[in-house]
Write a protein that binds this ligand. Structure first.
Ligand code: 6PG
Length: 245
């Protein structure tokens, strides 16, 4: 089921998303005693991560010891690089949270061979994420939205977007002149809950393109995220400013 939630400001978006994070992870732990979360990169989720680790009662409500943390995508850089999605989440949340190193499944992106990095992470997902119906299933998949309609590192026109067999791949992004490591649509769409976080006026046009009435032409990668489970779009008012009722 798709649900759209609009918060007044970017800060409200982070707090509202934190409540949804607590709800989804607590429910998963109640049902299956463990919870698998894939974190989003970029800048938008930083506020959510800070709220989870630093605001009460949210920090107390998060079932930290039962969560296994993964990343829906990563830049091909070492973990201490300013561009690293792992570093962002670590500084904003994980370093301050009561979690052990074994719960943190980061992409080993320091390896210069992106192909190997993608395969290693796919192997780790296949081994460490609980399967359901023959498929690893994340309880919560966090995603962002790029102004070109990309999500995770599934960029328009790249082979990663049409991947139907692999769960995690390396992908060359011509526009950024770099490799990325990304979970693929089969894995994203197997998630029990997918939560998009979208903030800012610069995202209004793409949010309308993705959420508005479908027009002709190719689907944007974010439009191809149609999970079996819940699809929750969390936007602030600026990002939702072009959405019609
Ligand atoms: C990344 C992300 C990417 C991001 C969007 C939005 O590694 O960059 O995973 O998909 O979510 O580019 O980025 P912002 O939140 O910075 O606008």
């Amino acid at each position: 089921m798709r649900r759209i939630h609009i918060s007044a400001t970017g800060d409200d978006l982070s707090l509202d998303a934190a409540q949804e994070f607590v709800r989804v992870t607590a429910d998963a732990v109640k049902l299956r005693s463990r919870c698998f979360v894939a974190l989003a990169g970029g800048s938008t989720p930083r506020g959510l991560y800070r709220a989870l680790a630093n605001t009460q009662p949210t920090r107390t409500q998060v079932p930290w010891s039962r969560i296994e943390f993964f990343w829906s995508d990563e830049r091909h850089v070492p973990p201490d690089d300013a561009e690293s999605n792992y570093r962002m989440a670590s500084e904003a949340m994980l370093a301050a949270a009561p979690v052990t190193p074994t719960q943190i499944h980061r992409v080993r992106a320091e390896n210069p061979d992106a192909v190997i990095v993608g395969r290693q992470y796919e192997e780790e997902i296949l081994t460490d994420v609980a399967h359901d119906g023959g498929m690893p299933r994340f309880d919560l998949m966090l995603l962002g939205l790029g102004t070109d309609g990309h999500t995770a590192s599934l960029f328009p026109g790249t082979t990663a977007v049409v991947e139907v067999r692999r769960l995690c791949v390396d992908t060359w992004v011509e526009r950024l002149n770099t490799h990325r490591i990304t979970m693929t649509l089969p894995l994203l769409n197997a998630a029990r809950t997918v939560m998009f976080l979208v903030s800012g006026q610069e995202k209004a046009a793409v949010a309308r393109a993705v959420l508005g009435p479908s027009t002709t032409g190719d689907m944007l990668p974010a439009q191809l995220v149609q999970p079996d489970g819940d699809l929750l779009w969390m936007l602030d008012r600026d990002a939702a400013s072009l959405l019609t009722a």
